[in-house]
Write a protein that binds this ligand. Structure first.
Ligand code: BDP
Length: 577
């Protein structure tokens, strides 16, 4: 799905800003006629942002949130097709424009849109109503629930809310809302794949139109032009760039390719930033443009105080600055696809991204054919949205699943086949926390990613004593699967400002020493091709006895101040290529 863009044939306007909000605690808003307008108790709310930290009584509201926004549809947009697009809304979402239901979507982190000009009043005000039903559902992807409180247990099982993952289930319209025009028969989609032939770069494109048409497609960048005829809904071509500058780590060479669609009835264009690069897993190596890569970086979150999971440009700018300073070359979009602007930023900064699905905490009861179908749908949505980003070099299809049974194997095989059928250019992985024998999915994947907390959840307080266990664990995975490995999570909680000599858990010294020693242990293993510290910054999670308001494994605080370990990583990572 193409990101909205303004050009000669397309206009857009953002509907971000102050909306009205109503928390439907009885859950019967639809029957009460809320699609026609919110009740007078509705209050101001900011979009994009999660609702939970904007008002204290909404902190633990995980239900049906109703939003309203009155917007003006310009008269000069009359008789032009108009789309309404949501970057992401939590849970099960329904959208009404002037009381007509125009959109329904399930999921927290991917966009959806609909053409709405047939219900718009041009040159007048229009009423937009959005229902974001964030009710925690044990069968959703990811699974979550407010039920099932379990007393006396340590860890997530006894957290509130009782989700199967370690981050707060924020709700709301968390990414931008757009209204845009484009020709009726528009450039519906573009897929680019790149290749290198000698010193030339090849940008292979497939362009899809909305309707069957006759005409031509012209792709150009500078003096290089590729014109192909179109008869149907799809045109393919190769744009050849002599002496191409490849996209690489810290060398974000991008070619702004202009795609023009010319048919008898209409014209459209779209500019896409393309990075020419190759990725490949070869034996124990992950090759970018033929050269081995060592992934240095983090698992991250979209998370900030007050905003929750709401997208914010300033935070993204700050995070990329910190990643550059510390010497990171990569991050994982743990544990869901991030806002598209973050991926574009990674494209522009030469940062590698492991793009992850929202499948975190999958357990054996989920491995049913109907849930596999749902999962395949989400993988397809993610790849459709993100496939053109050069920064994305691998897909991660799940985080920390229980993956032991024949059903699990079928599920993971099915997900792998879907991802490969939709994208034959990128390796795939999933992220494991159990032992090799409890990971029946790996034979279908290219890279092994492990989350290991030696010296924390295993061998609490023992940094030196657990180092050999950690190394032995890495070896077990390598012996069983013979694939390159990234340690996608390791780390310790540290409360900023808490100091201890000798280092003890929760102090900055402990986190610092543990991360440094384990990083060095990974560097000893030549099959280990990456180290991602958990986590980039402290982040909000559910309440439990093991969390002090936030998860404190951040190398930076939630406000992005460095802890002691940040300076150590800055040194280690700037030394290691
Ligand atoms: C791993 C999860 C991650 C958690 C982390 C932790 O992948 O989401 O936040 O552990 O416990 O299990 O801090």
């Amino acid at each position: 799905m193409l990101y909205p863009q303004e050009n000669l044939y397309r206009n857009l306007t953002k509907l971000d800003g102050m909306w009205r909000f109503f928390a439907d605690r009885e859950g019967n808003g639809e029957a009460k006629g809320l699609p026609g307008g919110l009740p007078k108790e509705a209050r101001d709310i900011a979009v994009p942002a999660s609702w939970n930290e904007q008002y204290s009584d909404l902190f633990h509201f995980h239900g049906k949130g109703w939003y309203e926004r009155i917007f003006f549809a310009p008269l000069d947009w009359d008789s032009r097709p108009v789309w309404l697009r949501f970057g992401a809304v939590s849970g099960v979402c329904k959208v009404w424009v002037n009381e007509t239901l125009v959109l329904e979507h399930t999921g927290n982190a991917l966009p959806f849109e609909a053409r709405i000009d047939n219900v718009l009043h041009f040159g007048q005000e229009n009423r937009l109503i959005v229902l974001a039903d964030s009710t925690l559902d044990p069968w959703s992807l990811p699974p979550a629930s407010l039920e099932g409180r379990q007393e006396g247990r340590v860890g997530f099982a006894s957290s509130y809310p009782n989700v199967t993952y370690d981050f707060f289930p924020y709700g709301g319209i968390q990414r931008s809302v757009w209204l845009y025009t484009a020709p009726a028969n528009r450039i519906e989609d573009i897929t680019v794949k790149t290749d290198v032939q000698g010193t030339a770069g090849i940008i292979r494109f497939t362009l899809k139109t909305t309707a069957i048409c006759k005409g031509k497609v012209i792709a150009s960048v500078g003096d290089q032009v590729c014109e192909v005829s179109l008869d149907g809904v799809e045109a393919r071509g190769d744009l050849r760039i002599p002496d191409a500058k490849l996209w690489d780590i810290g060398q974000p060479n991008l070619y702004a390719v202009n795609f023009v669609l010319e048919t008898d009835e209409s014209k459209d264009c779209y500019r896409l930033d393309c990075g020419i690069r190759t990725v490949k897993v070869d034996g124990n190596r992950f090759l970018l443009n033929g050269k081995p890569v060592f992934f240095k970086g983090f698992g991250k979150h979209e998370d900030y105080s007050i905003l929750g999971k709401g997208y914010n440009d300033a935070i993204v700018v700050k995070d990329f600055g910190l990643m550059r300073w510390i010497g990171a070359n990569s991050f994982r979009t743990s544990h869901y696809p991030y806002d598209e602007q973050i991926l574009s930023m990674a494209d522009r900064h030469g940062v590698l991204v492991i793009g992850e699905t929202p499948f975190v905490g999958l357990n054996e009861r989920m491995y049913r054919p109907d849930i596999l179908e749902k999962a395949k749908g989400v993988i397809a949505e993610m790849i459709a949205r993100d496939k053109n980003h050069p920064s994305i070099v691998m897909w991660s299809l799940a985080n920390e699943p229980n993956c032991e049974s024949t059903e699990a194997e079928q599920f993971f095989k099915g997900m792998a086949e879907t991802a490969r059928s939709l994208d034959d250019t990128r390796p795939i992985t999933y992220v494991a926390h159990l032992e090799p024998e409890n990971n029946v999915g790996y034979p279908y994947y290219d890279v092994v990613c492990i989350n290991k907390y030696y010296g924390w959840y295993v061998g609490a307080g023992l940094i030196d004593e657990t180092l050999d266990e950690f190394k032995a664990c890495m070896d077990r995975f390598y012996q069983k699967f013979g694939k390159p490995m990234i340690v996608t999570e390791f780390g310790a909680d540290a409360i900023a400002g808490m100091h201890c000599d000798p280092p003890q858990m929760f102090s900055e010294e402990y986190q610092n020493e543990m991360v440094a020693k384990q990083f060095e242990a990974m560097c000893e293993k030549d099959y280990c091709i990456g180290a991602h510290v958990w986590a980039f910054a402290d982040f909000k999670t559910c309440q439990s006895i093991s969390r002090i308001i936030v998860n404190r494994k951040g190398v930076f605080t939630r406000e992005r101040e460095p802890k002691m370990v940040a300076h150590t990583l800055h040194r280690l990572w700037n030394e290691k290529n």
